[in-house]
Design a protein around this ligand. Structure first.
Ligand code: ATP
Length: 197
């Protein structure tokens, strides 16, 4: 069996903590692949999310050079709000020889019991969780019982929200995202307005 991780997110924009998490998971969990799945319409986000074409382009720039990083447009192509369970079901059908790990930061792990179809999801994947500053430590008992692998990641105080805020304020983001992503944000004038962030 191949072993691959599904790494979902809004990636608005992709940043160094995402990349460090995925790299740590590749090594620690002996993965053949990390499959990055940008959300089409994230149903739990209330703010206006940057059009998928930009989020996808930034991901392509950030993932280049690591052949085990694969970008999957499945949630962008699917109509309606993104649902991880639907994605896992589709990936299992498309790749029957693959065991799937679901990569998460602690904030998402702590909220997993609010996802649509979370019980079924737990039966289909192995969870792999990375710690994250300021994330809730309390986890739903049933989610906790299903167990998880630990992705060995140092605390990285980076968030896309903070990056959008910095760009809107005219501050530097060079230490937070790859240079190609910073260049793309500047060229396309992304995140300049604080509205919706
Ligand atoms: P936003 O600030 O817009 O909510 P974000 O920085 O949390 O964005 P997402 O695209 O929502 O980024 O996150 C995708 C995945 O990466 C989630 O599982 C999230 O927990 C994880 N993640 C993001 N940043 C970190 C971090 N600094 N440390 C650990 N995990 C992280």
């Amino acid at each position: 069996m191949r072993r691959a991780a599904l790494f979902g997110g809004t990636f608005d924009p992709v940043h160094h903590a995402h990349l460090a998490l995925a790299q740590a998971a590749l090594a620690a969990l002996a993965l053949d692949e990390v499959r990055w799945v940008p959300a089409g319409r994230p149903w739990q986000k209330t703010r206006a999310v940057t059009p998928a074409v930009h989020r996808e382009a930034m991901l392509r720039l950030a993932l280049a050079g690591e052949p085990r990083f694969v970008l999957d447009r499945i949630e962008i192509e699917r109509a309606g709000p993104s649902c991880t369970l639907d994605t896992v079901i589709a990936l299992r059908a498309a790749f029957p020889d693959t065991d799937w790990v679901l990569l998460l930061g602690q904030d998402q792990y702590a909220g997993l019991h609010t996802w649509r179809g979370w019980r079924e999801l737990l039966g289909l994947v192995t969870l792999a969780v990375a710690r994250r500053p300021a994330a809730p430590q309390t986890v739903n008992a049933e989610v906790a019982r299903s167990g998880h692998r630990v992705v060995p990641l140092p605390m990285l105080d980076i968030s896309a929200t903070d990056i959008r805020g910095r760009v809107a304020a005219g501050a530097d983001i060079a230490t937070l995202v790859p240079p190609e992503v910073a260049g793309y944000i500047a060229r396309h004038g992304l995140y300049r307005s604080p509205a919706g962030s």
